[in-house]
Design a protein around this ligand. Structure first.
Ligand code: ATP
Length: 511
């Protein structure tokens, strides 16, 4: 088994063991692609949401929030194009009966070639040592050039076939590349078919009077249909944005990789309305801003990259993904799209209501253009959790598992631990806890040895452990242990609040 698969499995079982993420309906053997967030998971999720909201809404005078309903008028999805165009190309393997996304099969094939290129580079690096220049090597080595040419050609062909909807030729491409089903090992494929990703449901008491509804596949449309409501009530002027966090639902053909691809997930989206012809300027601005937001969490610049789209969705004139280096490689974490005036114009057409803005600087009304930033909350959660997970050798015969979460996002900021249950230590510890728990989420623990309790807090990702001992009762000082360095310091109880506050102070992170 590849090493990354091993690590990923460990992360998934750690998430379960420590109350971060459970399989949905586990007692009934689970439901594929649905997950429940446990006591620590919900805290981490809320902290991510809060950080996003603060930086996108509270720190921008021209961005406001919204919480729109999941159910929307069915015409919404005609106008948005989701009924006609929100499809994935699916293909089945007749032997294994497994279903795949045709484009994902081809992309996986290409990733394997890309891995080979990386291996060529690693070998050359070993051979040339400090004299190795990766950029030069990639642009001159004949084997690498050949591999890259193959990747580029296949990509171009696939994108062209996908955008023209030529499914027969996509199947031919899969056959030509001799792509086999990872389960059966055969290439006994069915034809490629379109599959709409929206979940349909019905509202209404009787058969005759019921209406077909869809569970929203993105939160964005709730923002577009409320454009005028929000603009008028807040008296916002272009450029301005509307942000929302909420659930979205997609009937994903294959749901893999834990919480990376779910059928019910959460998005944090912001639609920024701009003057027509200003959109590229703002597209650039939001690309940079969002990348900085990710980098501010200190999870390593090298773990992010942009992936500009060659094939654009029906509504977009530019699009990029921010990819993160997940345990299974670089994959999309966030999308930034220049959505033109497609959505507002289309809702105008279908609803018959004007969705325009009178711009008194240029003295005319227009349908604004839109830049969207859209990040999956669950994918962000996975990025944070997988980056934080470390197994460390503490000394010759002791290992620890530690979640080195950004302190700002850690579910529990401090654990308060009386050394023993005697001599009034628990009472003192609880008194200390009372003095800080309003501002910081804290945990009190008195069971097990202090060493075991430290390990448990490491595994949860708690940045600080506060230990109350005999000396505390005499001089009101405690031992403060740092999660990452494991260093312990003796400090006065009245300094505790400011030390913790300094570590998780939003101002240190926020842009
Ligand atoms: P993918 O190519 O991975 O299917 P997408 O391009 O369809 O993603 P968008 O429609 O741009 O995704 O959605 C914006 C964000 O929502 C994505 O960047 C991702 O973080 C998140 N997201 C989309 N689909 C899922 C899903 N099934 N499970 C979890 N998060 C998702």
């Amino acid at each position: 088994m590849a090493n990354y698969e091993d690590i990923f499995k460990k992360i998934i079982s750690h998430a379960k063991e420590y109350g971060y993420v459970f399989q949905s309906s586990e007692i009934y053997d689970g439901l594929a692609a649905a997950y429940d967030y446990g006591p620590f998971g919900v805290e981490l999720k809320n902290n991510i949401k809060n950080y996003w909201w603060k930086s996108m809404v509270n720190m921008h005078e021209n961005i406001v929030g919204l919480d729109s309903a999941i159910f929307m008028h069915p015409n919404t999805w005609k106008a948005s194009g989701h009924i006609d165009a929100f499809n994935d190309p699916l293909i089945d393997n007749r032997d294994s009966k497994k279903r795949y996304r045709a484009d994902v099969l081809i992309e996986d094939y290409l990733s394997k070639i890309e891995v080979k290129i990386e291996k060529d580079c690693a070998k050359a690096q070993k051979r040339y040592g400090d004299n190795f220049n990766k950029t030069e090597f990639i642009s001159t080595n004949s084997r690498v050039l050949e591999r890259q040419k193959k990747v580029d050609e296949i990509k171009e062909k696939m994108n062209h076939l996908l955008s023209s909807g030529d499914f027969e030729k996509i199947k031919l491409l899969i056959n030509d590349l001799e792509i086999k089903c990872p389960v059966s090992g055969t290439n006994n494929w069915t034809d490629v078919r379109q599959f709409n990703l929206m979940f349909k449901t019905k509202v209404g008491a009787t058969e005759g009077s019921s209406t077909d509804l869809y569970l929203r596949p993105e939160t964005a449309q709730g923002i577009f249909v409320n454009f005028s409501n929000v603009q008028k009530t807040t008296r916002m002027k272009i450029p301005f944005g509307i942000a929302q966090i909420g659930k979205a639902f997609r009937n994903e053909i294959i749901a893999r990789q834990f919480i990376f691809r779910m059928r019910e997930f959460e998005q944090m989206e912001m639609q920024f309305f701009v003057r027509p012809s200003d959109e590229m300027k703002w597209y650039k601005y939001w690309k940079e801003f969002r990348m900085k937001w990710h980098e501010s969490l200190g999870m390593g610049k090298q773990n992010y990259r942009f992936h500009d789209h060659e094939t654009l969705a029906h509504y977009a004139n530019a699009a990029t993904d921010i990819q993160f280096n997940f345990p299974f490689g670089f994959k999309e974490l966030e999308g930034i799209h220049s959505r033109t005036d497609f959505d507002l114009k289309s809702h105008q057409k279908y609803s018959g209501k004007k969705l325009q803005f009178f711009d008194n600087e240029v003295n005319k009304s227009y349908v604004p253009y839109v830049i969207e930033t859209s990040i999956g909350l669950d994918r962000m959660f996975l990025a944070v959790l997988s980056h934080a997970f470390h197994e460390e050798q503490v000394n010759d015969n002791e290992k620890r598992v530690v979640l080195k979460l950004p302190s700002l996002l850690a579910p529990v900021k401090a654990a308060v631990l009386p050394l023993t249950k005697k001599d009034g230590m628990p009472q003192k510890a609880k008194e200390i806890m009372r003095s800080i728990k309003l501002d910081f989420n804290c945990q009190y623990e008195e069971k097990d040895s202090i060493g075991k309790r430290y390990r448990r807090q490491d595994a949860i990702g708690t940045p600080f452990c506060i230990t109350v001992d005999h000396q505390t009762l005499d001089d009101n000082t405690i031992t403060l242990r740092d999660r990452d360095s494991m260093k312990q310091e003796r400090i006065a109880v009245n300094k505790l609040h400011s030390i913790i506050y300094k570590k998780i102070n939003l101002a240190k992170y926020l842009l």
